[in-house]
Design a protein around this ligand. Structure first.
Ligand code: NAD
Length: 288
């Protein structure tokens, strides 16, 4: 019962961003706190970029223990927190923060969730060659984490838009942060190159908005480029299976859809919040 759950001692975690009303995070974290008997609560607050300086002060003043930043705050958060995890530093974005005695550390768990989702599907990223289509927020986070976790090569494709330069920037940063990883950036319009790069890759990833509603009838990969021993992952989680994932299943590929990445990035955040594993199986059973 709420009046017994929330007391004077209850520590607060929060989601900051705009909009936040649709987020599943409050339900997932409040379920987990209750399930583990932890005296914490999680609330969402609609905060825009111009409110961030005040929000950071409020987190410290009110001793908010930690939480998440979502759109449009992930990049500005990286400039305002006191410390950054190694991945957050390279990515230049923060989706998780932990407040320890007034010092806020920013982390990025999207890439951790991506790598864990592969692992849950029996795929170890170490030594693998990835072809990643996309260079936005999700793409950059997973590219950096894959490199830090020992992938052997990354071939990044993006269309000719403002994100292309971000891919080149990621390649440059990884040359220092993960010098053993071979990183190339190619235009998505070069379909012959895409076909050739997929041909000797282990893992193909779509990290663009294509596949997501209203682009859910589209895929950026010609099904003839796929083969049964290729692992195919998507960051898109709505729909649960994108056209790319469905095409890959038809060919017999092992697949890792975006819902798992979403779940595991949230579970990684929970571990940073409370130092315990999230009760993932219990939450999935509750959610089903
Ligand atoms: P973003 O806006 O930062 O990046 C968009 C990307 O899509 C860019 O690479 C852009 O070039 C590409 N793109 C846009 N229109 C295109 C088109 N017509 N053709 C080819 N490429 C195009 O977006 P984001 O935040 O990185 O999100 C990308 C997807 O990943 C979304 O579906 C989002 O919901 C999902 N996502 C999933 C998770 C997860 O945990 N599973 C986490 C973050 C984002």
């Amino acid at each position: 019962m709420m009046e017994k759950r929330i007391a004077g001692t209850t520590g607060l975690f929060c989601l900051l961003g705009s909009p936040v009303g649709h987020s599943g995070s409050p339900a997932m974290y409040n379920f987990s706190f209750q399930n583990q008997g932890l005296d914490y609560a999680y609330m969402a607050f609609d905060v825009k970029k111009e409110g961030m300086t005040d929000a950071i002060k409020a987190i410290k003043l009110m001793n908010i223990r930690g939480g998440n930043f979502t759109m449009p705050l992930k990049n500005i958060a990286a400039t305002l927190v006191d410390e950054l995890s190694p991945a957050a530093k390279v990515v230049g974005a923060v989706n998780v923060f932990v407040n320890q005695d007034g010092k806020i550390t920013g982390h990025i768990t999207d890439g951790i969730g991506f790598v864990r989702n592969l692992k849950e599907n029996g795929v170890d990223i170490k030594g693998k060659k990835l072809v990643v289509i996309g260079a936005g927020g999700a793409a950059t986070a997973l590219q950096v984490q894959a490199a830090l976790d020992g992938a052997q090569a990354l071939s990044i494709f993006n269309q000719d838009d403002e994100f292309y330069a971000r891919a080149e920037e990621t390649a440059q940063k990884l040359a220092t942060a993960a010098p053993d990883v071979t990183v190339h950036v190619y235009p998505l319009a070069d379909q012959a190159k895409l076909k050739a790069e997929i041909a000797d890759a282990d893992i193909l990833v779509n990290a663009t908005v294509i596949g997501m509603k209203p682009y859910d009838d589209q895929s950026l990969v010609d099904p003839s480029f796929l083969r049964a021993d290729l692992v195919v992952a998507d960051t898109v989680y709505n729909p649960l299976k994108t056209k790319l994932i469905l095409d890959a299943e038809k060919v017999g590929c092992k697949v890792a859809p975006g819902k798992g990445m979403l779940l595991w990035q949230g579970a990684a955040a929970y571990e940073l919040f409370v130092g315990k594993q999230m009760p993932v199986a219990e939450y999935q059973a509750y959610e089903a």
